[in-house]
Write a protein that binds this ligand. Structure first.
Ligand SMILES: [Zn+2]
Length: 91
C-alpha cells in the first residue's frame, strides 16, 4: 500500500544531486577524450533506392555483441576497468 500522508517530494537542487566525479585517465590525467573499441560489432545499414537506381544510406546502427573496451583518447591507456561507469554516463 502506498503511503497516503506522503507530501510533495522535496525539490532537488543542483547542489543536492549526487556529485559524480569525472572519469580521468590515471596515466596522463586526460578527462576530455576517450574512445571505445567494441568487439563482434554488427553493423546494420538501411538503404533507400533512388529513382536513378542509386542507393542512399537511410540509417545505420551498430550493435556490439562482444566486449567493449575503453581507452584514453590522449595516451591510449586501457581504461576498461572504468568502462561500466563510462557506459552509465552516456546520454
Ligand atoms: Zn591517458
Amino acid at each position: 500500500m502506498s503511503n497516503p500522508s506522503r507530501r510533495s517530494p522535496r525539490p532537488r537542487t543542483l547542489t543536492e544531486s549526487a556529485f559524480i566525479p569525472r572519469i580521468k585517465c590515471p596515466h596522463c590525467g586526460n578527462d576530455l577524450e576517450f574512445f571505445e573499441v567494441s568487439e563482434d560489432a554488427v553493423v546494420v545499414t538501411h538503404y533507400v533506392q533512388n529513382p536513378d537506381s542509386s542507393f542512399s544510406i537511410e540509417d545505420r546502427s551498430i550493435q556490439s555483441t562482444g566486449e567493449s573496451r575503453l581507452f584514453c583518447g590522449s595516451c591510449e591507456e586501457d581504461l576498461s576497468e572504468l568502462h561500466q561507469r563510462f557506459s552509465n554516463m552516456i546520454f
